[in-house]
Design a binder for this molecule. Structure first.
Ligand code: PAF
Length: 282
């Protein structure tokens, strides 16, 4: 696996790969886990070569968020990617991505509003901006993102369509289903922040979501069921629930009694750690 950290090295490296086949990009912020490796494997199945980016994007972290504490483990991540047969690792420093005087922002209206957009102002601008830059830097044929960040996926799809990024660079943005631990908790780099006790309590999140979905499918009133879901999480050790909402899976418009194409989205905090999850209702 070749590792490059500057744009000057990246261009010839991606050009060389493209000369011998198609190129897939898996954008990450490192602290890799099985969920990321699933993205890598799906990318390998869909393209001749895979580039993984590892860049902890400062622009998607709010002032009071965990940028400084975010796990940085490049040597470990690099070994994992090498073992998977990844062709190229793109691991720039912030000054390479946002040089002195950097002044451009991409803001996607609509799908970025509400849910995590309400709790993390500016977060999706940061995501859209860096993903647009990654597409222009790597110029992949395909890109792979996890469904755990469903709203992020919707923002990226909208941005790629609106800015014509899907032609000629990225033919397809692929989404990969959430990879879960044995107790059903969605895999996340942030799970590493949880103490042993918090980690055990965190399993209440997917469990309460599945129970709520079962009740909604059986005809229980949506708002009462979501209220009970919040109460269950608080009683299970979660400190707060940022949101528990039903939204249309594609437009992310709020959904009520009509649950066709709906997904349940939840963000809840356990200790200082914010966990998110989403599941199809039907
Ligand atoms: O999902 C992530 O890890 C990040 O938001 C992404 C897509 C790599 C952009 O920084």
């Amino acid at each position: 696996m070749q590792t490059v950290t500057t744009l000057a090295e990246l261009r010839p490296a991606t050009d060389a790969l493209r000369r011998t086949g198609t190129l897939a990009l898996v954008p990450t912020m490192g602290a890799l886990h099985e969920g990321h490796l699933t993205l890598v494997r799906q990318a390998q199945a869909a393209a001749d070569h895979v580039t993984v980016s590892i860049f902890i994007n400062p622009r998607q972290f709010g002032a009071n968020e965990d940028l400084d504490a975010y796990p940085r483990q490049l040597a470990r991540d690099s070994a994992m990617l090498e073992a998977e047969g990844v062709a190229l690792l793109w691991a720039p420093q912030p000054a390479e991505v946002y040089p002195e005087g950097y002044a451009t922002n991409i803001s996607v209206a609509g799908v970025s509003e509400g849910l995590c957009g309400a709790d993390r102002p500016g977060h999706f601008d940061g995501v859209a901006t860096v993903v647009c830059k990654l597409f222009n830097q790597v110029r992949p044929d395909r890109a792979f993102f996890g469904e755990k960040d469903w709203q992020q996926l919707a923002v990226i799809r909208r941005m790629a369509r609106d800015l014509d990024l899907t032609q000629p660079h990225v033919d397809a943005i692929h989404s990969v289903p959430i990879v879960r631990e044995d107790d059903d908790l969605a895999m996340s780099s942030r799970n590493a922040y949880l103490s042993t006790e918090q980690r055990a309590q965190a399993a209440a999140l997917p469990q309460a979501m599945r129970e709520a979905i079962g009740l909604i499918r059986d005809g229980a009133p949506v708002s009462e069921t979501l209220g009970n879901l919040r109460d269950t999480l608080l009683a299970s050790g979660f400190a707060s629930v940022d949101y528990a909402e039903l939204r249309d899976a594609d437009s992310l418009a709020p959904r009520g009694a009509d649950t066709g194409n709906a997904r349940l989205f939840v963000a809840a905090r356990i200790g200082g750690t914010r966990l998110i999850d989403n599941m199809a209702v039907e």
